[in-house]
Design a protein around this ligand. Structure first.
Ligand code: 8YV
Length: 326
C-alpha cells in the first residue's frame, strides 16, 4: 500500500504517535515554521488527520486539505470540529465514545464528593499542621440532596447509575425525555435547577449549549447549590458563575473544565472552597491508552476499506452495497 499522508495539528500521546508512525507518513503542523507554506506544500497530499479536542478543525483548515477523507479525534467531545463543513465535503469524523464513559463518571462522582465534603481542603488542612489545634470545620452534605443531571447521555447515565447507590434523588434535563429511565424529567433547565440543589453538567459543548448555565440557573439552585462540570467550560457562563460564587448565590462548585483551558480565571482559583481540576475526566493511563488505540483503529479500519469504527452522527457512514467496489 502506498504510504498515506496524515496531518497532526499537535503531537498526541507517545503510543499514538508510534502506532500512527508505523502506518502513515506523519506531518506535524505545529512544527512548521511557515503554516501557509506548509499547507500549500503538503495540504493536497493529506488524506487523514488525527487530532484532540484542543485544536480546532474549522472550514478554512478543511479547505486546505482537498483530499482529506477522515478526521480521527481523541476524545468523546468534538465541539472544536466543524462537522457540518466535514459532512458537506464528505469527510468522516470519528471520536472515542464508550471507552471513557466509566472513567469520566468515576471522576465526576469523586469531584462531587470532594466538593461537598471539602476533601482537598481537609487534606491541605492536615498537611499544614492545623489538626492538633482544632478539628476541621464541619462541611455541607450529600444527605437529603436532589441531584440534577444536565445531559443524560452515555456519561450522564453512568453518573446517574453511580448516584443511585448514594441514596439521593435524581432528575435530569436534556433535549428529550428518555422513556427507559425512571428519573424525573424536566423540560427546561430552569425547571430542573429549581427542583434540585446539585447540578451536574454532562452536556456536549458547541453552539447549542453555549452559556446554557447562566445567572438564572445558578440563582435557581439556591444558596446550598453546588455546580459540578465535567463536560465543557463553554456550557457554563463563567463570569456568571464567578459572580454567583463570590456573592454566595450558590455554595460551591467542582470544575474539571473551563471556558479558556488551560487558563483558569484568578477569581475561581482565589475561592478556596471550590475544587478545581485540570481537565482530567478521562485521564487515567489505561483509559487514555484505550482512547488512543481507538483513534488508530478508526484510521486503520478506514484505509483498509472497512469503514470507520466510531463515526460521529453528523458524518454517518454505511457500507457500500454488495458487489459495488468503492
Ligand atoms: C479528552 C474530553 O481527554 O473526551 C473528551 O471529550 O474532554 C477528554 O476526555 C480530551 O478531549 C483530550 O483531548
Amino acid at each position: 500500500m502506498q504510504p498515506i499522508d496524515l496531518l497532526l495539528l499537535k503531537p498526541m500521546q507517545p503510543s499514538v504517535m508510534e502506532a500512527l508512525g508505523r502506518r502513515f507518513t506523519l506531518h506535524r503542523a505545529d512544527l512548521a515554521p511557515d503554516r501557509d507554506r506548509f499547507y500549500a506544500e503538503i495540504g493536497p497530499r493529506i488524506r487523514a488527520m488525527a487530532t484532540g479536542a484542543q485544536a480546532p478543525v474549522d472550514a478554512d483548515l478543511l479547505a486546505r486539505l482537498p483530499r482529506l477523507e477522515i478526521v480521527a479525534s481523541f476524545g468523546v467531545g468534538y465541539d472544536t470540529i466543524d462537522t457540518g463543513a466535514a459532512a458537506t465535503r464528505g469527510i468522516i469524523v470519528t471520536n472515542t465514545p464508550d471507552v471513557l464513559t466509566d472513567e469520566v463518571a468515576d471522576l465526576a462522582l469523586g469531584l462531587l464528593l470532594a466538593t461537598v465534603r471539602q476533601i482537598p481542603q481537609a487534606d491541605r488542612y492536615l498537611r499544614a499542621g492545623h489538626w492538633p489545634k482544632a478539628p476541621y470545620p464541619l462541611t455541607a452534605t450529600l444527605r437529603g440532596r436532589q441531584v440534577g443531571i444536565l445531559g443524560l447521555g452515555r456519561i450522564g447515565r453512568a453518573i446517574a447509575r453511580r448516584l443511585d447507590s448514594f441514596g439521593v434523588r435524581i432528575a435530569y434535563h436534556g433535549r428529550r425525555r428518555q422513556d427507559d429511565v425512571a428519573y424525573a424529567y424536566h423540560p427546561t433547565l430552569l425547571d430542573l435547577a429549581r427542583a434540585v440543589d446539585i447540578l451536574m453538567v454532562v452536556a456536549p459543548g458547541g453552539p447549542e449549549t453555549d452559556g446554557l448555565v447562566g445567572a438564572d440557573i445558578l440563582d435557581a439552585l439556591g444558596p446550598n447549590g453546588i455546580l459540578i462540570n465535567v463536560a465543557r467550560g463553554s456550557v457554563v457562563d463563567e463570569p456568571a458563575l464567578i459572580a454567583a460564587l463570590t456573592a454566595g448565590t450558590i455554595h460551591s462548585a467542582g470544575l474539571d473544565v473551563f471556558a479558556r483551558e488551560p487558563h483558569v480565571p484568578a477569581e475561581l482559583a482565589a475561592l478556596d472552597h471550590l475544587v478545581l481540576l485540570p481537565h482530567v475526566g478521562s485521564a487515567s493511563i489505561q483509559t487514555r491508552e484505550t482512547m488512543g488505540r481507538l483513534v488508530v483503529d478508526n484510521l486503520t479500519s478506514w484505509f483498509s476499506g472497512n469503514g470507520p469504527l466510531t463515526p460521529v452522527p453528523e458524518t454517518p457512514w454505511s457500507p457500500p452495497p454488495r458487489g459495488i467496489q468503492a
